[in-house]
Design a protein around this ligand. Structure first.
Ligand SMILES: CC(C)(COP(=O)(O)OP(=O)(O)OC[C@H]1O[C@@H](n2cnc3c(N)ncnc32)[C@H](O)[C@@H]1OP(=O)(O)O)[C@@H](O)C(=O)NCCC(=O)NCCS
Length: 163
């Protein structure tokens, strides 16, 4: 019998999660891209911040951080899934929850940056309806370029329909 995937639980970020989320960020990203503890705390603070934590069997498997700006734009700050928990729908579940909150807050479009050489993440975001909107030279520490990606908060238009 093929085992069914473990159910993913998504819950709001709590202050006590910060240290573990910082560890996970350093596992998921190279030192040039990973956030410092102070940066992560900043992005998870204030009324614009949205933090979501994914759990598998009661253990943190990943997290997402987003922000909504006053101009109707929402921004995915980071998305991290532990290597052992990947390809089980955790990233997708986190993004679906983030998108729902962006819509609830009235965002029209969602933007994010992803390293040009992060091919897996680019495929992941394309699958969620994001499209390339530009190149950001030296975005990561002046060293690595990033792709800017964008998607309507409401979701991609249906195939074959221009609007
Ligand atoms: C990118 C990332 C968040 C994806 O998380 P995940 O939980 O593995 O993603 P999901 O299981 O929800 O994947 C959904 C779909 O996206 C696509 N996808 C995900 N990872 C992929 C990869 N490495 N290569 C190609 N396609 C991928 C697949 O179509 C996948 O569906 P499938 O498994 O049925 O084929 C995860 O790999 C990660 O944390 N990477 C390190 C940090 C990072 O790059 N973050 C994003 C940049 S900001």
């Amino acid at each position: 019998m093929i085992p069914s995937p473990l159910p993913v639980t998504i819950r709001p970020y709590m202050r006590g999660d910060l240290a573990r989320l910082h560890e996970i960020d350093r596992i998921c990203f190279s030192p040039t891209i990973a956030y410092s503890l102070a940066e992560l705390r900043f992005y998870l603070s204030g009324r614009k911040a949205i933090g979501r934590v994914a759990e598998l069997s009661g253990l943190i498997a990943g997290f997402a951080v987003g922000r909504t700006e006053d101009n109707g734009l929402a921004h995915v700050i980071t998305l991290d899934v532990l290597p052992d928990a990947r390809r089980q729908g955790v990233g997708k579940a986190l993004m679906e929850d983030l998108h729902a909150e962006f819509r609830r807050r009235g965002a029209g479009y969602v933007i994010l940056e992803v390293s040009v050489d992060n091919f897996g993440a680019k495929r992941f975001y394309l699958g969620l309806g994001y499209r390339f909107a530009g190149l950001l030279p030296g975005y990561y520490n002046g060293e690595t370029d990033a792709c800017l990606m964008i998607r309507p908060a409401a979701g991609p238009p249906p195939e074959g329909i221009d609007r």
